[in-house]
Write a protein that binds this ligand. Structure first.
Ligand code: FES
Ligand code: FES
Length: 170
């Protein structure tokens, strides 16, 4: 039996019928064509599938699509605004926070939550808070540098408007 879900994805209202077993990650990729959300393990280990659900970073392979009914979701496709990268994306580019890129969308979404919610991030806390996102290429060093750089942008206040706009649109 299909469930009807109604939610907002990257600022767009979406209504679909989904099977009860459909994972949110599958829904985003296969029903909505948003393949920026990756699936690396399907067992809640890697974090590649991370999206924001009502502003909280969530591994979308751990949630059924019908459980997202009524929520507001932001995926990697929803971060850039008016042709400008989100500050976390820009920091990844500047500090070369990626190699193959497979983990990157989930990593970026987790970091958006971090820089939005936590003050006083330092290298140790970033490494601890990103524990749920696995990268097999980079050794994490540049990811941590990019996170701290994006956190500085947030602390200076120049990113707050951009991201708040993003979340409000989603
Ligand atoms: S695919 Fe969701 S945590 Fe790996
Ligand atoms: S950049 Fe390749 S897995 Fe992270």
């Amino acid at each position: 039996m299909a469930n009807k879900v109604s939610l907002t994805v990257n600022g767009r209202s979406v209504q679909r019928e989904v099977e009860p077993r459909t994972l949110l990650a599958t829904f985003l990729r296969e029903h909505l064509g948003m393949t920026g959300t990756h699936i690396g393990c399907d067992t809640s280990q890697c974090g590649c599938c991370t999206v924001l659900v009502d502003g909280d970073a969530v591994k979308s392979c751990t949630m059924f699509a019908f459980q997202a009914n009524g929520t507001s979701i932001t995926t990697i496709e929803g971060l850039a605004s008016d042709g400008r990268m989100h500050p976390v994306q820009a920091a990844f580019q500047e500090h070369h926070g990626l190699q193959c890129g497979f983990c990157t969308s989930g990593m970026v979404m987790s970091i958006v939550e971090l820089v939005e919610k936590y003050d006083g991030l330092d290298e140790a806390s970033v490494r601890e808070l990103l524990d749920g996102n696995i990268c097999r290429c980079t050794g994490y060093h540049n990811i941590v540098k990019a996170t701290l750089a994006a956190a500085d942008v947030y602390r200076s206040g120049s990113a707050a408007a951009t991201h708040t706009d993003t979340l409000l649109r989603s």
